[in-house]
Design a protein around this ligand. Structure first.
Ligand code: NDP
Length: 281
């Protein structure tokens, strides 16, 4: 079995970005990401910290805006407008989820599409849908990169995506289609899930349930990509795939930690660089 090394692959990507950012700096240009966090959800705080660390590594400037849970939607929208207008800020990321009194979709739509480095704005989603250039959602973009950079071909392969959320499952399927995979979406209403997943040459799992996929769900020689992130009571991480159980049967698997999660952050850095290059030409 091939252990797909998200640490090495995301490291390669961050090194490529670091070089390009340094080149831009030689020309007197810069790349800057603004991260907005509301409240102190521990998981969100870890993600925000990892994003700032990756910025530091790649030479991307990062600005941090933290609001208490009680912040109003208007206050948040006011900051986004300021960041939209600020020519020194190239990427804006609002860490989700937001408190219930704030409408996430209003906040996401308030970000200028060219600064929407999460790729969640309907304009970027639409561009991806029709195959136009735009900012693509980081996790599914990271899955495509980790597959390709592991030397695995997508074209012509039977690809099954378990999960159809707007941030992972749906864009994931579209990107696999764009790479000429033959794509099936499975979800909570799918009948005979095992029969569907066992058809997959490439199985991408974004189901949000710890160790849900076991060897009974995969065919011999499948490539299994685990998007899930869970922490148990001892703070130990696992994915949506039971890694130990599938590893004898699969041809290649991404581990958790050390897989897709690291790719998400690397692709965020990629989107920041791309946004900055587009905005300054
Ligand atoms: P959601 O909860 O939004 O979506 C889960 C999907 O799984 C839904 O489409 C749901 O179907 C489907 N599903 C639920 N139960 C079953 C079942 N029994 N059989 C088949 N399908 C089922 O989760 P997300 O897409 O946001 O995230 C998925 C996982 O990825 C989570 O573990 C999350 O933590 C992780 N994640 C990791 C990231 C990373 O950087 N690596 C980034 C984002 C998320 P239905 O639509 O019918 O309800």
């Amino acid at each position: 079995m091939q252990l797909i090394d998200g640490k090495a692959i995301s490291g390669q990507i961050k090194d490529e970005i670091k070089k390009q950012v340094a080149k831009l700096k030689e020309d007197g240009r810069s790349v800057c990401l603004a991260v907005v966090q509301v409240g102190e959800d521990p998981a969100s705080s870890i993600y925000v910290r990892n994003k700032h660390r990756a910025c530091e590594y790649t030479g991307i400037e990062s600005l941090n805006y933290t609001f208490p849970e009680s912040v109003t939607q208007e206050e948040l929208l006011h900051l986004i407008e300021e960041l939209n207008q600020n020519p020194k800020v190239h990427g804006i990321l609002v860490q989700l989820p937001l408190p219930k009194h704030i409408d996430e979709s209003v906040v996401v739509k308030a970000i200028l599409p060219q600064k929407d480095v999460d790729g969640f704005h309907p304009e970027n989603v639409g561009r991806m849908f029709i195959g136009e250039d735009g900012l693509v959602s980081c996790t599914p973009a990271g899955v495509i990169e980790i597959i390709k950079r592991s030397g695995i071909t997508i074209a012509g392969k039977e690809c099954v995506v378990v999960g159809r959320s707007n941030i992972v499952g749906k864009p994931m399927g579209l990107l696999l289609l764009r790479e000429n995979g033959t794509v099936t979406f499975a979800h909570s209403k799918t009948k005979d899930l095992k029969e569907i997943t066992k058809r997959a040459d490439i199985l991408v799992v974004a189901v949000g349930k710890p160790k849900f996929i076991t060897k009974e769900y995969i065919k011999d020689g499948a490539v299994v990509i685990d998007v899930g992130i869970h922490r148990n009571a001892e703070n130990k991480m696992c994915g949506d795939v039971d890694f130990e159980n599938v590893k004898e049967k699969a041809a290649a698997v991404t581990p958790v930690p050390g897989g897709v999660g690291l790719m998400t952050v690397a692709m965020l850095m990629y989107n920041c660089l791309k946004a900055a290059m587009k905005q300054e030409v």
